[in-house]
Design a protein around this ligand. Structure first.
Ligand SMILES: Cc1cc2nc3c(=O)[nH]c(=O)nc-3n(C[C@H](O)[C@H](O)[C@H](O)COP(=O)(O)OP(=O)(O)OC[C@H]3O[C@@H](n4cnc5c(N)ncnc54)[C@H](O)[C@@H]3O)c2cc1C
Length: 420
């Protein structure tokens, strides 16, 4: 019997493992794969640094020499780029002016070693097949397979951190697909990419491509390798009759700056496809269990928020689990404050993402506006708090309304038929 068993050793599960170990709570992380394993999701959102510090992982990340990103550059299909430095928009509790691009195989591996160094046990090669529930309806452990044998682990609390596999969400039928955000992604690593001006060479670059909800990321992985990914609407891809290679090449050509940057680029690994549907669980906790990170919900990758959101959710789950174990009450009601927070912040990300896609020029307009830029940049850096981001979202919404209601407007054709 352990206090807490955590399904999945990604950033969510391992951050929780670190947080619980730091609180002296006995925990076991079970992971079906073996680190180092590749994973999509390489640009770390600035607000994640707060959690990286909280779990004592910051010196490891700094020493690892991951490329440092000092800001974000948006490259619209036409017109000027907008480059914004994080240092011009300071965030409470974070002194540094950069975040990181990480090779996730290495990042997750380092995080696992860090969790182990704090006293959290990690068992790899365990495929969890079922979360076990007692007659009282409380989750009380897991059943999985390990080295060809059945494995049972009893626990006082079970945490699902299985990412998009959403182990508990699927088992309990709680997973709901987003009604509209059905995207897909193609991505690979390249050598020989022209990273442009020195000041912004290692920043996060977002290139918009002339496709419905289409954009591409460009992020350095080390001195020579650059990750490039194309994200677009799934239905458009399926209707295009293009193969993945052709669609990817077409996407890269679709943005002038990206086409120029990749002119002499050479792909160094497989082109990988990724379904990036957004979804959420109806409930993210129950009697004896919680879901964290992507296992709780996933929202489109356009703001590179996934790893940061996963780490924040783990940090806040750790607080609730500690309180529950101390009080001897691991009922759903003990975990409800966690659920409230996840649902409220998730709703803000959801609004923000839909408004972004609904009218791209509206988003760019706010970025260029001196008045609204600081609050918009807070959101882009991952400072999402209920009640805090209303002004920016309302402003985006009102721009959309004005364009919708005008008989003629230069941005009318840019409005996507996409309910907010
Ligand atoms: C196209 C795309 C681009 C993205 N880009 C970014 C980005 O730039 N920045 C960013 O921050 N995020 C990005 N993300 C999101 C990011 O990948 C995830 O949000 C992040 O990995 C979530 O972490 P996690 O720990 O919740 O899940 P994961 O990292 O997926 O970890 C879950 C772990 O659980 C394990 N597991 C699954 N099922 C079982 C089982 N049954 N038994 C045992 N173990 C199991 C898996 O093997 C895995 O190791 C992107 C996502 C997509 C789709």
């Amino acid at each position: 019997m352990v206090d807490v068993v955590i399904v999945g050793a990604g950033p969510a599960g391992l951050t929780l493992g670190c947080s619980l170990a730091l609180r002296g709570i006995d925990c076991l992380v079970v992971e079906r794969g073996h680190h180092p394993r590749p994973h999509v999701g390489e640009s770390i959102m600035p607000s994640a640094i707060r959690v990286i510090r909280e779990i004592g992982f910051h010196p490891v990340v700094e020493a690892a020499g991951f490329p440092k990103s000092g800001g974000v550059v948006y490259h619209p299909p036409v017109g000027f780029d907008v480059a914004l430095a994080y240092r011009d928009f300071p965030r409470e509790g974070i002194e540094q002016e950069h975040t990181y691009h990480v090779d996730r195989a290495r990042f997750d591996m380092l995080l696992m070693k860090h969790a182990e160094s704090l006293g959290c046990r990690v068992l790899e090669g365990v495929n969890v097949e079922e979360v076990l529930f007692g007659e009282d309806g409380y989750a009380g452990g897991i059943r999985g397979s390990f080295a060809g044998e059945e494995l049972f682990v009893e626990a006082r609390v079970v945490v699902d951190a299985s990412g998009r596999a959403t182990r508990i969400g699927r088992q309990l039928g709680l997973r709901r697909e987003h009604p509209t955000l059905h995207q897909f992604a193609l991505h690979a690593w390249f050598e020989g990419v022209d990273r442009g001006q020195r000041r912004t060479a290692s920043w996060t670059h977002v290139h918009f491509v002339p496709e419905v909800r289409g954009w591409a990321w460009r992020s350095p992985i080390n001195d020579t390798i650059t990750s490039i990914g194309l994200v677009a609407n799934r239905d458009r891809f399926q209707a295009s009759a293009l193969g993945v290679e052709e669609f990817f090449a077409y996407g890269l050509r679709g943005n002038r700056k990206l086409a120029r940057a990749t002119r002499r680029a050479r792909r160094v690994d497989e082109l990988k496809g990724e379904v990036s549907y957004s979804y959420a669980l109806e409930r993210v906790c129950g009697d004896g269990w919680l879901a964290i990170g992507d296992a709780a919900r996933f929202i489109d990758p356009v703001f590179s928020s996934g790893v940061g959101v996963a780490m924040h959710s783990a940090s806040s789950a750790a607080e609730r689990i500690e309180a529950a174990l101390t009080a001897g009450d691991s009922s759903r009601s003990a975990f409800l404050p966690y659920e409230d927070e996840v649902l409220a912040t998730g709703a803000i990300w959801d609004d923000f993402t839909r408004l972004f896609y609904r009218l791209l020029p509206g988003f760019m307009h706010l970025l260029e506006s001196k008045e609204h830029r600081p609050t918009l940049m807070r959101m882009i850096q991952g400072e999402i708090r209920p009640g805090d981001n209303r002004e920016t979202l309302d402003e985006l919404r009102s721009i959309v309304r004005r364009v919708e209601e005008a008989d003629q407007h230069p941005w009318k054709d840019e409005l996507l038929d996409f309910p907010d």
